[in-house]
Design a protein around this ligand. Structure first.
Ligand SMILES: NC(=O)c1ccc[n+]([C@@H]2O[C@H](COP(=O)([O-])OP(=O)(O)OC[C@H]3O[C@@H](n4cnc5c(N)ncnc54)[C@H](OP(=O)(O)O)[C@@H]3O)[C@@H](O)[C@H]2O)c1
Length: 314
């Protein structure tokens, strides 16, 4: 697979990333079985063998089990670590801890960031995380405090580079103003079913500041593929029938597939969007990688935009 420089950093990644959210096969750590773990490991290895070199995690994916499974794969394949980029995230805290009334909340306190990083390092079994991202904007974020925590992690060699996720441009700007370390990625939802970042300034900011957008749910959780197994509540209402007609028409005309066309649409954007593929099916993981070699024309790209918008451009 071709590679791309992430933000202004020296990190090179494959053009598409592999997302580890689903590799435990369940969101409930108590429901993980030997079989689901085996399938998750096979998915990671399939992605590695297909040329994906950026692997995306979060501390909350199956409450840490996804990172643990990945750590086992690394341990059994020691040469893998040298050739991959490991990204993970922190900042979302689960309900019920430390007391029963605690709700889901976001926590960018220095204490929580430093503690979370240690836990992820242990679970992954590595000494350094390549990209550490703040998962969802904390309404109580103090940019100076976050900057201080980032500096500590970088100085200690525990993290190479930093990024954010689901941040609005104004939130990126506020954090970057206080933070001497350049933020290299903003991980946001982008797909033919979700065009928000084209219109809210996120992609403009990525262009202007040379940040790389990492696109989560690039196939709308499966609604732009063969179907969705598990969606986020915000994705339930996506209607993809109309855009899929156009995706399929282009795929047929070009002798390709729906998956490849939907991902190639993201790859064409000048910010260098990196789609994070979330399938755990080795065949689908390999199919998605083919998007790297597929180029849409400007006319095809706009046909898909028009179908996704459901309206002609003015
Ligand atoms: N930062 C955030 O807030 C955030 C939120 C969500 C996700 N993420 C990241 O983004 C990654 C990807 O998200 P996602 O899993 O929703 O992405 P996705 O690639 O849009 O969706 C993957 C889902 O689509 C299904 N699918 C159906 N047909 C498919 C096909 N032909 N090809 C590929 N997949 C097909 C897959 O099932 P099969 O397994 O059967 O193929 C899987 O359940 C996650 O792993 C995570 O790293 C981040």
């Amino acid at each position: 697979m071709k590679t791309i420089q992430l933000g202004t950093s020296g990190i090179q990644s494959s053009r598409l990333a592999y997302g580890c959210w689903r590799i435990a096969g369940t969101w409930d750590p108590a429901a993980v079985t030997r079989d689901s773990e085996t399938k998750g490991r096979a998915a990671v290895l399939a992605a590695y063998e297909a040329g994906y070199t950026l692997f995306d995690h979060a501390d909350i994916y199956c409450d840490g089990v996804a990172e643990t499974i990945f750590g086992k794969v690394l341990k059994e394949n020691p040469r893998m670590r040298e050739s991959i980029v490991i990204a993970t995230k922190c900042g979302i805290r689960k309900p019920g801890e430390p007391d029963a009334l605690a709700p889901v909340r976001y926590d960018f306190s220095s204490e929580h960031i430093l503690w979370s990083c240690e836990q992820s390092l242990k679970r992954l079994g590595v000494s350094t995380i390549d990209i550490y991202q703040l998962h969802r904007p904390d309404y109580l974020m103090n940019p100076e405090e976050v900057a201080g925590a980032f500096s500590k992690l970088k100085d200690a060699g525990k993290v190479r580079e930093f990024g954010v996720s689901n941040f609005r441009p104004s939130q990126v700007a506020a954090l970057q103003k206080a933070c001497p370390i350049r933020l290299i990625v903003n991980q946001v939802e982008i797909s033919l079913a979700n065009l928000v970042t084209f219109n809210d300034g996120t992609l403009d900011q990525c262009l202007a500041e040379h940040m790389t957008p990492l696109a989560w749910s690039p196939l709308a959780g499966g609604k732009l593929g063969g179907g969705a197994k598990k969606l986020l509540p915000s994705q339930e209402a996506y209607r993809t029938e109309r855009v899929l007609q156009e995706v399929d028409a282009i795929a047929k005309a070009r002798g390709s597939t729906r998956t490849v066309v939907a991902l190639a649409w993201l790859l064409k954007h000048p910010t260098g969007i990196v789609p994070i593929v979330g399938s755990t099916d080795p065949a689908n993981i390999r199919e998605a990688a083919k998007a790297d070699a597929f180029e849409l024309s400007r006319e095809e790209w706009y046909r898909l935009l028009e179908a996704a918008l459901g309206a002609r451009l003015p």
